[in-house]
Design a binder for this molecule. Structure first.
Ligand SMILES: NC(=O)c1ccc[n+]([C@@H]2O[C@H](COP(=O)([O-])OP(=O)(O)OC[C@H]3O[C@@H](n4cnc5c(N)ncnc54)[C@H](OP(=O)(O)O)[C@@H]3O)[C@@H](O)[C@H]2O)c1
Length: 253
């Protein structure tokens, strides 16, 4: 259930990986709260344009921001440009990739890519956003998308789990570093959410076994994660920082 107020009126939110899946739902949820939304994408501009339409239907305004968060220079420049042109109050580090494989067969290049996009990308975007906030003397919110497997681990996902666990350590460290500057930093650990990512990476037999292990008995919808992000971005969460919010149907308690 989406928030019905306009608590984010006058705020700009940048959502990395806003073109599809959870990121798209986050864009719509933040727009419904009144935020102007900068929709980042890597390659799917068509999908980002669809998100922009949904943002406008939700009563918000949207700008597109195409850059690869795994490219530190491009990400630093991209985040800085949004701040300069539109202001920046909320950063949702949502963009992520999963490359799965057993450790003994896992390629070093795949390890680099998974860490580079999920962990280093979130670090780079956060640093650029805080640089803008300090210069503009603004308060801000950073919301990082980790994962249930960052807490639990998962066979075949050593790299992805390491990146997502790293995001939790980074979240808490940044929360401590930036609290005095009025910037809160929190993480969300989704369980299994119905998006392209789980569609592509989950064989049918594993999907059935998984459903049995979720106490609420179903996969989550992207909007469940988006509502958590809209909460962490809003005034209700002003005294919450360094927190990890699980959105997983009870999969991990
Ligand atoms: N789905 C789940 O069950 C689940 C569970 C736990 C955590 N998560 C996390 O939640 C986040 C969103 O997942 P999702 O399921 O919505 O994924 P998804 O459906 O695969 O969408 C991924 C999004 O990230 C963008 N992206 C990927 N690499 C990028 C890069 N280098 N630079 C900029 N954008 C990039 C994609 O952009 P393009 O459209 O341009 O390709 C797309 O918008 C990820 O961090 C994921 O690890 C997901």
């Amino acid at each position: 259930m989406a928030f019905q107020d306009k608590a984010l009126d006058g705020c700009t939110a940048l959502v990395t990986g806003g073109s599809r899946g959870i990121g798209r739902a986050v864009c719509v949820a933040l727009a419904a709260r009144g935020a102007k939304v900068a929709i980042n994408f890597r390659s799917r501009e068509d999908a980002a344009l669809e998100t922009a339409e949904l943002v406008e239907k939700a009563g918000g305004s949207a700008v597109l921001a195409g850059f690869d968060i795994g490219d530190s220079e491009a990400a630093t420049e991209g985040v800085g440009a949004i701040g300069k042109e539109h202001g920046l109050h909320v950063l949702v580090n949502n963009a992520g990739i999963a490359i799965n494989g057993l450790v003994m067969r896992f390629k070093p290049a795949d390890w680099e890519q998974v860490i580079g996009v999920n962990l280093t990308g979130s670090f780079t975007c956060s640093k650029a956003a805080v640089r803008y906030l300090l210069k503009a003397k603004e308060k801000g919110r950073i919301i990082n998308l980790s994962s249930v497997v960052g807490e639990s681990g998962n066979p075949g996902q050593a790299a992805y789990s390491a990146a997502k666990a790293g995001i939790l350590g980074m979240t808490k460290s940044m929360a401590k570093e930036f609290a005095g500057r009025g910037v809160t930093v929190n993480a969300i650990t989704p369980g299994f959410i119905a998006t392209d990512m789980t569609d592509e990476h989950l064989p049918e037999d594993q999907r059935e076994a998984l459903l049995k292990s979720i106490p609420l008995g179903r996969m989550g919808e992207p909007s469940a994660v988006a509502d958590a992000a809209a909460f962490l971005a809003g005034p209700e969460a002003s005294y919450i920082t360094g927190e990890v919010l699980r959105v997983n149907g009870g999969l991990l308690m």
